[in-house]
Design a protein around this ligand. Structure first.
Ligand code: GLU
Length: 481
């Protein structure tokens, strides 16, 4: 049977990276197996669900490059793909469970249940639903419902041990007594997640359910429903928990957690995929930098691990730089250009100049915020040196040789400008160095650091002979004067 997996987000907000990882795992598994990647919108919570959230979710998946085989916008033969449109399925199977006495109408109000639970707590008894409506006669149920009394449909939870054979976690035991009778249809007629999930996974012919381990308590309820319907459950793979530095479940408290926020910080889709896949899965040869194409061929559920995965922003940042380097030069330029404000001088420069800028700084660029410093080095007329550089900078400035070089360079730059040059020719730069060495007898630190100080305002940085030819002469003139 061909593999069919689904990503089943609830459209209640911006996509959390835990969910992004789930989507990635499902997608990669489908690709690696030649199967189908299905998106099902779990929007039965009408209050919290929103059309704009669904739209954003679909756009997020598109941005990541996770192509959807079947979903709300590309329906296949197992639709509809929004739970809010699948009500007939849920009613039909809720009725079947009621008919088979595997579910029952329950008229207890939430207040009554809470009060009785309190009494049971005091007596040290089980806190599950106490079964009051479990054995009401059909006549009584009919009479009360006809009389307009509201009722939920409660699933009659079998009192026995359940076992899950999870691909990631091995045998998971759910001992008898863990779960009481639970609601599958609300009084409003709206179904509850655990019930819809089973009906949909079954009806959509889902073969594997890959999701976070926080769903394990749901899984036992779902296994119960599968058993009641006499349906073989899909294969389950529960991915490890994502944790922050404090080893607690990753949440807003740890900082940025939504895909949109990571995108705004300039993380590339390739980085999101590469980084998140490694939080809970590893390459057979422990490789770290991988493209989406590669992952689509090598991803296996067997290499998912159950140990909690530590989310490390610094590592993700490093990986962004690595992923940037995997792109072609033109793609790199497109990405980097997109990171620079629209009104920046950078955009006025020629393509060739932009490529030179990129090749000079590429090794030092991981994220958008790295660029400011490099751009300043080229465009700021009065670059700010760091406070650590200050003492050495003053010492160099006081040297006679620095003064000599400054006057010479000011004259040279004015001459070049008068000739109509916008940039310093590469030969001119090497000519200056030779002149300072041979004619002025300046060498070593006073020469190299001195020139750097005069031309860039700083005493450290990348290759000066490459930096100067891409710095506008007007900027250099402002610096030397
Ligand atoms: N709607 C559920 C969620 O977003 C889906 C859980 C599942 O994959 O079954 O957590």
């Amino acid at each position: 049977m061909s593999v069919r997996v689904r990503f089943a987000p609830s459209p209640t907000g911006s996509m959390h990276i835990g969910n992004v990882r789930t989507a990635i795992y499902n997608y990669l598994f489908a690709k690696a197996q030649g199967g189908e990647f299905i998106v099902r919108i779990e929007d039965t919570d009408l209050v919290r669900s929103g059309q704009e959230f669904e739209q954003n979710l679909l756009l997020d998946l598109k941005w990541l490059g996770l192509e959807i085989d079947e979903g709300p916008e590309t329906p296949g033969e197992y639709g509809p793909y929004r739970q809010s449109e699948r009500g007939d399925f849920y009613s039909k199977y809720a009725q079947q469970l009621l008919d088979h006495r595997q579910a029952f109408y329950c008229f207890c109000s939430e207040e009554e249940i809470a009060q009785r639970r309190e009494e049971r707590r005091e007596k040290g008894e089980s806190l599950h639903y106490d079964g009051r409506c479990r054995h009401l006669s059909d006549d009584e149920v009919k009479r009360r419902r006809d009389g307009g009394e509201g009722a939920v449909v409660r699933f009659l939870a079998p009192q026995k041990d359940f076992h899950l054979k999870d691909v990631v976690r091995g045998d998971v035991a759910f001992p008898d007594g863990m779960i009481g009778d639970f609601v599958i249809m609300r009084e409003s007629g709206m179904p509850v997640y655990n019930f819809c999930c089973v009906i949909d996974d079954w009806k959509m012919k889902i073969t594997h359910v890959i999701r976070g381990e926080d769903h394990l308590p749901n899984t036992v309820r779902q296994l119960m429903i599968y058993q009641a319907l006499e349906v073989t459950p899909p294969i389950f793979a529960h991915a490890s928990l994502l944790v922050g530095e404090d080893r607690q479940k990753l949440s807003k408290r740890h900082g940025v957690t939504s895909l949109a926020a990571f995108r705004d910080l300039s993380f590339l889709p390739q980085t999101m995929i590469n980084y998140l896949v490694l939080l809970g899965w590893s390459h057979p040869d422990e490789r770290v930098i991988m493209s989406k194409d590669e992952l689509e061929t090598i991803f296996t559920l067997e290499r998912m691990h159950k140990a909690p995965a530590l989310f490390d922003l610094a590592k993700m940042r490093w990986m962004n730089g690595q992923q940037l380097k995997l792109l072609s030069p033109e793609e790199q330029l497109k990405v980097v250009t997109g990171w620079i404000k629209a009104d920046h001088q950078f955009h006025q420069e020629k393509h060739q100049w932009q490529m030179s800028f990129l090749s000079l700084f590429l090794d030092k660029i991981e994220m958008e915020d790295d660029l400011t410093d490099h751009l300043d080095l080229i465009f700021a007329t009065a670059p700010v040196a760091s406070s650590e550089e200050q003492p050495e900078l003053e010492e160099l400035n006081a040297l006679e040789s620095t003064g000599q070089m400054r006057s010479y360079l000011a004259a040279e730059l004015s001459r070049l400008k008068q000739q109509g040059s916008e940039f310093v020719p590469v030969e001119a730069f090497s000519g200056w160095t030779s002149y300072f060495k041979q004619e002025l007898k300046i060498k070593g630190k006073p020469l190299f650091k001195g020139m750097r100080l005069i031309l860039t305002g700083r005493i450290s940085g990348g290759d000066l002979s490459a930096l100067v030819p891409i710095t506008p002469i007007d900027v250099l003139l402002a610096r030397v004067s």
